[in-house]
Design a binder for this molecule. Structure first.
Ligand code: BTN
Length: 336
């Protein structure tokens, strides 16, 4: 990697390069060598090393041999998410916040000002995290609170299907990256061993016949202590008995979202229904569906190509729900 010369290089880029040099090196690297490779002074390198330490990187230094990277930061910094990211568009631009009210709100503002498809907003904490149906979403440190701007060329009536496809993508990422048996609760909650670990809040801006943008807000209880939570919730660390690598999981989510989005836009939900149904913990269960019109119950028998949940009521009639709040199981054992 040649040192950037002849143009002004941002502090961020220099820090990215320093981390890359330290990662690639098998032993310590001297300040002199880093300074030569990046074309900046040793004093500047020292300043950036201090800044990287403040970001949580454990960098050891010895006057004789130089710098060694002992541990990467645990923060979801853009450079940690994008290193090794195999997507084409999603996650190519990442905005990181230590704290923000809601990453969905930031992403919506960016989308309104023209942010491209695949722009990602991530925060370590949210102070006003929002869930579906007007609920609050607890967002302490240790989770993955992330929103993705999508610009699908679809009609607004396809939004319910996209919501489901996104939930499927996140459930698949959790299964693949963590080796957990993740289940999709219609439309887009991810459950592990009967408890909710992930929620997705999809917000859409549309005209009569076209979608301007979709913001997919993904909340993952990764390394979060959920013991005080009101409803039946879990976290990935609680299920695994160890902390997870949040950046690796965030990358897996971005990859699965990109793949699912592509299939959905090019072939429609119909191409994904059998995979989605296989991952579903809703289909095949007794459910209660709360809608503004009232509560209905029955056996969930399938999902149709619009993403609607099909529920066979006790009288034998099959009803279609495009939205609603579903609880699964008997009334003694309902989980949201
Ligand atoms: C739900 O299950 O009710 C959906 C929860 C969605 C939470 C995520 S966290 C990132 C993004 N920002 C928000 O304010 N909400 C979503």
């Amino acid at each position: 990697m040649g040192g950037p010369t002849g143009s002004v290089v941002s502090a961020e880029t220099l820090r990215d390069e320093i981390v890359n040099i330290l990662l690639e090196s098998e032993g310590p690297v001297s300040g002199e060598e880093i300074s030569r490779r990046l074309g900046v002074s040793r004093a500047a390198i020292w300043k950036h090393i201090k800044a990287l330490r403040a970001e949580g990187y454990e960098i050891q230094s010895s006057t004789k041999v130089g710098y060694t990277l002992a541990r990467l930061t645990d923060l979801l910094l853009p450079r940690e998410i994008t290193r090794g990211l195999s997507t084409r568009q999603i996650g190519r631009r990442v905005y990181h916040f230590d704290e923000t009210p809601s990453t969905n709100d930031v992403a919506k503002n960016l989308a309104r000002s023209g942010a491209p498809h695949g722009t990602v907003v991530v925060a370590e904490r949210q102070t006003g995290g929002r869930g579906r149906l007007g609920r609050a979403w607890q967002s302490p440190e240790g989770g993955i609170w992330m929103s993705i701007v999508l610009r699908p060329k679809i009609e607004p009536r396809m939004a319910a299907g996209l919501t489901l496809a996104l939930g499927y993508a996140v459930a698949r990422a959790v299964s693949l990256a963590c080796g957990l048996s993740a289940k999709l609760k219609w439309p887009n909650d991810v459950f592990i061993h009967g408890k909710k670990a992930v929620g997705v809040l999809t917000e859409i801006s549309a005209e009569m016949d076209s979608v301007n943008y979709v913001v997919a807000g993904i909340g993952i209880n990764a390394n979060v202590d959920v013991s005080g939570y009101e409803f039946t919730a879990t976290s990935l660390s609680a299920e695994l008995g160890r902390r997870i690598d949040r950046a690796a999981l965030a990358r897996a989510v971005l990859k699965e979202v990109e793949d699912a989005h592509e299939v959905f836009v090019s072939k429609g939900l119909v191409a994904m229904i059998s995979d989605i149904t296989r991952m579903s913990c809703t289909v095949g269960s007794r459910v209660e569906v709360k809608t503004p019109e009232g509560v209905r119950s029955g056996l969930a028998v399938g999902i149709d190509e619009d993403g609607a949940l099909l529920v066979k009521e006790d009288g034998g009639e099959v009803r279609r729900f495009l939205s609603g709040d579903v609880t699964i199981g008997s009334s003694q054992n309902l989980h949201q």
